[in-house]
Design a protein. Structure first.
Length: 332
């Protein structure tokens, strides 16, 4: 069942801080607070003009991950705790795209219109939509189950790279983090060894698909890997340093907050971090940051001509108009 919602302006949100307002998804409630107020972006050449509004859409979502552009230009993201995939149209109306998503996190549409996801409830990768086309690609490696399949990126040849970020903070288990590749033929390989990356999270390909980027949440650098002809990876290197450095997170662990990754039509890399959305050029040079009132978790380009950057995190969603559209060859 689809719903729409009318939005209260951010100024009114400040006045009614803490007052519960009925949400559109089930019977859940959300409140608008001063922290949800709109922000403004600085001048980042080719990215944002000074004073560009970072528009608050809504807060109170039950998880905010896996954002991508849908074929109709709308924006999809996952509410992992609510076990659903949510849609935001260009007019900011909100509806449920898919219920019972098996805790889907990272998303990608293939050229058949099938939605491929990493799924954290059963920790597997496969097709979740359309109904009746569900299929599991992989749910373990060499007899060991994945600990937390986190994000994915789909290559033009149909190959899939995905991360396993290790056990959640509330799970007592020795970590087995890694990066994996499912070949177009369906064979899965581990392409970054166990625990080589402290906490691999977001993952993205360069425009020419010769480089794989991996966000290391517990490190200061976004990592990059050259891609070989068979889809395996060469030696990784530090690609881009998160300017905000490491900070203690809720669990007392040092973290840069690196999470979601997206690229634009000129190959710039957009990285969510503790400070907001950090933007880097193709050589890893920091170009500037977009502030976000809620600490962001992930980003994707969507909307008309992919000239809107959507930002989600900590149960909230924002959008900002950008000067360069997202890369047309990928759903992010």
């Amino acid at each position: 069942m689809k719903h729409s919602v009318a939005f209260l302006p951010a100024t009114l949100a400040k006045v009614i801080n803490g007052i519960a307002v009925a949400a559109i998804s089930g019977s859940a409630l959300f409140s608008l607070s001063a922290s949800a107020a709109d922000a403004t972006a600085p001048t980042i050449p080719g990215v944002t003009a000074a004073g560009t509004k970072v528009e608050f859409i809504r807060e109170g979502f039950e998880g905010t991950e896996g954002p991508i552009a849908a074929p109709d230009g709308s924006f999809l993201f996952t509410e992992t705790r609510a076990n659903r995939i949510t849609k935001i149209a260009t007019d900011n109306s909100i509806s449920t795209f898919l219920e019972n998503s098996n805790g889907s996190n990272g998303l990608a549409f293939n050229d058949k219109g099938e939605l491929i996801t990493v799924q954290v409830n059963n920790n597997q990768v496969g097709i979740i939509y359309p109904k009746g086309k569900e299929k599991v690609f992989v749910k373990d490696y060499e007899g060991q189950p994945f600990q937390r399949t986190n994000d994915l990126v789909l290559a033009k040849n149909g190959g899939i790279y995905f991360t396993d970020s290790g056990p959640s903070a509330d799970v007592k288990a020795a970590p087995r983090t890694g990066v994996y590749y499912i070949s177009p033929e369906g064979k899965t390989k581990r392409v970054v060894d166990i625990n080589k990356i402290a906490r691999p999270n977001g993952i993205q390909l360069s425009r020419d698909e010769k480089t794989l980027y991996v966000a290391n949440t517990n490190g200061e650098y976004v990592l990059s890997y050259p891609i070989k002809s068979d889809g395996t990876l060469g030696e990784g290197k530090n690609f881009a340093k998160i300017p905000g450095g490491l900070q203690k997170n809720e669990q007392g662990v040092s973290s840069s907050g690196q999470d979601g990754l997206a690229i634009d039509a000129e190959g710039r890399l957009y990285v969510t971090s503790n400070a907001g959305v950090d933007v880097f050029d193709e050589q890893g040079k920091f170009l500037g940051g977009i502030p976000v009132p809620h600490k962001p978790q992930n980003v994707a380009f969507a909307g008309k001509d992919k000239k809107t950057l959507y930002i989600v995190g900590r149960g909230a969603a924002y959008k900002v108009a950008v000067l360069t559209p997202g890369f047309a060859g990928r759903v992010k």
